[in-house]
Design a protein around this ligand. Sequence first.
Ligand SMILES: C[S@@+](CC[C@H](N)C(=O)[O-])C[C@H]1O[C@@H](n2cnc3c(N)ncnc32)[C@H](O)[C@@H]1O
Length: 253
Amino acid sequence: MHSGLKAFLGGINTQAPLGNPKAILELGAGSGVWAFEMAQQFPEAQVTAVDISPVNETHKPANCKFQQVNLTKDWPFEPESFDVVHMRFLLVHMPNWPELAAKAASAVKPGGYLLLEDIDHHIYRENGPLPDEVSKFYDIYHSHMGKTNVDPDTGVKLKTFLDESKLFEEVQCLEFHAPMVPFKEDAKLNKVGEVMRISLTRAYASLHLRMGESGMTPEIIKGYADKLHDPNHWLYMPIFFTWARKHEKKAEA
Ligand SMILES: C[S@@+](CC[C@H](N)C(=O)[O-])C[C@H]1O[C@@H](n2cnc3c(N)ncnc32)[C@H](O)[C@@H]1O
């Protein structure tokens, strides 16, 4: 997923003009690859990679440290202590995401950057109505997520969150649509869609174990996954990469 997204962005890890950051925080780091690469790109920076699960530290640069934190319970970071705070594909899984996003915003130093990158947990179709199998899957998925206060429409709200916080300027949003089969002209975008489809089908394969009580079954999951692979159905998932610079503090009068 990471390499596909990076290739799509033109070989970079963010389009935000970060300057020369000294302290970088990556929340929900997953494999840690974004944090590791940022540590290599900014050797003078100290990068903190956070996740609820341990990362494989084999390739972790010396200027990157891993911290195991459950972000729904703990927030061990001082206000205004990082030049860059980054979350990718985390908020859409978190209960009450605006609360965590607000904590992340508070951890950014004046003049620093907050990078919020996420999907909407929705599939759309470019060449006709959505297949019933996909609608059925998401009806159950969304109703289950609603019970745990997880918002499937997180990505589309990120820019508004940054604007309305009034903490940031230069608020930017790059929206792109990851095609589940390669129906776009853009080979790099098709690649993003392919890795996204693989990641979605892997992540959802055992969803009936977690969402069985809401009506999710292996057959419904298979029907959904089959449609994602169907070249006749031009399905896509929206992705939103947002970034913004925190206001500098006004000098005391
Ligand atoms: C979909 S993955 C995204 C990983 C990475 N950011 C990326 O873009 O590839 C979500 C990550 O969030 C982590 N995560 C989920 N809940 C968490 C929590 N409560 N506290 C910290 N990390 C959490 C998961 O362990 C997982 O690594």
